[in-house]
Design a protein. Structure first.
Length: 90
């Protein structure tokens, strides 16, 4: 249950959901700088969120030269989770 709680904790942040959604909508991996630009956020802030997502295993970070490139894992599962959450009535 600790692992499940960690994953849901990572997904509970709207910025992290936006990061996952953004990188899952592209056909190729994105640089953290590109994600920061798309979300109109500071690179350092996005990087901190990326580290949390990486720690949960929801995305991979590859070093390409001095850049860090993001690649989503479990894309379909995350999209299904987002869709289910939208359908839940309050």
């Amino acid at each position: 249950m600790d692992r499940v709680s960690t994953v849901f904790g990572a997904l509970s942040n709207p910025v992290r959901l936006k990061i996952l959604f953004t990188i899952s909508e592209t056909k190729r991996p994105l640089h953290i700088k590109a994600v920061a630009k798309i979300l109109k956020m500071d690179y350092a802030a996005v990087y901190r969120h990326v580290e949390v997502l990486k720690g949960t295993g929801l995305l991979q970070v590859f070093e390409v030269g001095r850049s860090r490139v993001l690649s989503p894992l479990y894309t379909d599962l995350v999209k299904q989770f987002i869709q289910l959450a939208k359908e839940i009535k309050r």
